[in-house]
Ligand binder design. Structure first.
Ligand code: PLP
Length: 495
């Protein structure tokens, strides 16, 4: 399988190179030249497979230059680091309503689904491409990617990883998770500003020939663990297939019947993976894109205009506090009829004027599959509370946004009998104070007290990786402005 850039041009690379490079030479994102199909017999065959087997099967379709046995072994190793027998269990909370739990990995957020596997994909990718230099992973995080990437890449040979996060834009728990990270090849730096400032500065480093030259001199090439990297996207496609297969094998859905997914969305990576699954033949009817108060995607889906000239809100679902959703570019590329020149123009407009519009035809094509909705802060609290009271299920604030959007859908479509799978992206203990407040009305200042009280209220198991943070020493405390980021990078590779 070859990959091309969303911004056109002649560059064509194999998956291995797309993963190593992260971004195409012209600043576009790598997309598969075509979507590989999953045939009906293959769906049948996957029914009896384990999660790692399903993962290797789907991944091999995109990454045919990777050795099949090794790929499977890597998937088995990655998902053995998850708690419990199933890395992506499906929980039924009502008739036709399910929750897909993607937070049982080492850092308690869905980012682990891909970031436990990315180190293998990247290392093997370097080998396939004959790359001899060391790799520097540079990542901007809205909270969860950073920790998952640090855990995935810590102490990996020939790789250094550096994470930038917005100083006031992540939760206390997220900050603590990153600043206490162990490993000899890791660095964590806070940046003054919000996630978009952070992501924009990291992208600028990636697109700068001067930065590349300076790093080359130190023996490094750059790669990314952000969701723009196809190596992040590919493992995310798997759990949409797996959830569907689980519904079928448990007799809750018939093979071939269509289902909906509702996805809490920030950078548009998770929900884009669902769209890729649909394009591969998974019977998905609609995809519900859920936002928090930073509801730029809701407006875009309603009006066809992407307008980032708006206030940025800090919410209780910080991993969705994003105004520039990078992976939307990949959807635009598909619905424009794969018109790279047009996408390049739009992204230029976005950079310059912070706004662009799509054509009525493109809008109609998006609307064939996507709906948008959002939840304000009170609605998140109400929803988490209501679900807890009605079903006993505790969800985190991000998942709460998605659940609110799903509830609104059923309010408007009372006769709809299509199964709805709401994607749960974080363990509630990752945001203990906010979830405690939603569930009990109790306000505590300290995160660990929050964990204790949330446990008392819900009896849900506390992940050891979060409880243990209390006694870990803080290793990283640097705070810099965006223009100083590359200086930090150079200092780190010079160590
Ligand atoms: C990253 C993240 C999201 C948003 O996912 P995208 O792929 O960026 O759309 C939602 N919830 C949580 C908990 C996350 O960590």
């Amino acid at each position: 399988m070859q990959f091309v850039s969303t911004r056109g041009g002649k560059q064509k690379v194999k998956g291995a190179e797309a993963i190593v490079k992260g971004l195409a030479d012209n600043g576009g994102l790598f997309v598969p030249e075509k979507f590989p199909a999953v045939a009906a017999e293959e769906m049948q065959a996957m029914l009896s497979m384990s999660y790692p087997e399903r993962a290797a099967f789907i991944l091999k379709k995109y990454l045919d230059e990777y050795d099949e046995k090794q790929l499977l072994a890597a998937c088995e190793e990655a998902y053995s680091r998850f708690e419990g027998p199933d890395p992506a269990p499906l929980v039924k909370i009502d008739d036709g309503v399910y929750i897909l739990e993607l937070f049982h990995g080492p850092t308690c957020a869905f980012k682990d689904m891909a970031l436990t596997l990315l180190p293998y994909l990247l290392k093997k990718g370097c080998e396939i491409c004959g790359i001899k230099q060391k790799v520097l992973i540079l990542t901007a995080t809205s909270g969860d990617t950073g920790k998952a990437a640090l855990e995935g890449f810590k102490d990996a040979d020939g790789i250094k990883i550096m994470v930038f996060y917005p100083n006031d834009g992540v939760s206390k728990m997220q900050k603590l998770q990153m600043c206490t990270q162990d490993g000899s090849n890791v660095n964590v730096v806070a940046v003054k500003g919000n996630f978009d400032d952070c992501q924009t500065a990291v992208k600028a480093i990636f697109n700068s020939p001067e930065c590349a030259a300076a790093l080359r001199e130190k023996g490094y090439i750059l790669s990314s663990a952000n969701s723009i990297n196809f190596g992040r996207l590919a493992p995310q496609i798997v759990y949409y297939f797996s959830a569907y297969l689980d519904l079928v094998s448990s007799g809750q859905t018939e093979m071939g019947a269509q289902i909906d997914f509702c996805v809490p969305t920030g950078n548009f990576g998770n929900i884009l993976a669902a769209y890729y699954a649909k394009r591969m033949g998974l019977p998905i009817r609609r995809l519900h894109c859920a936002s928090n108060m930073n509801n730029i995607l809701t407006d875009f889906l309603a009006k066809g205009e992407y307008d980032a000239r708006r206030d940025f809100y800090k919410t209780t679902s910080p991993s969705m506090d994003i105004l520039i959703s990078s992976n939307l570019e990949r959807l635009l590329f598909e619905v424009s009829g794969r018109d790279g020149a047009l996408i390049a123009k739009r992204m230029e407009e976005l950079k310059k004027n912070k706004v662009y519009s799509v054509t009525p035809e493109e809008r109609a094509r998006i609307a064939e599959t996507f709906d948008g909705g959002w939840a304000n802060e009170d609605e998140v609290v109400e929803t988490v509370y209501d679900v807890f009271c009605d079903t006993g299920y505790t969800m985190d604030t991000h998942t709460g946004c998605a659940m609110k959007v799903a509830v609104d859908w059923f309010e408007k479509n009372k006769k709809d009998t299509t199964d709805m799978v709401v994607v749960a992206t974080a363990n509630p203990y990752k945001f203990p104070q906010d979830v405690l407040y939603a569930v009990t009305g109790n306000d505590v200042r300290d995160s660990f007290k929050g964990i204790k009280r949330l446990h008392a209220a819900t009896a849900m198991k506390v992940p050891a990786s979060l409880a243990g943070l209390k006694d870990m020493p803080v290793r990283f405390s640097a705070v810099v402005s965006a223009d100083k980021m590359f200086g930090e990078v150079l200092a780190f590779v010079s160590e």
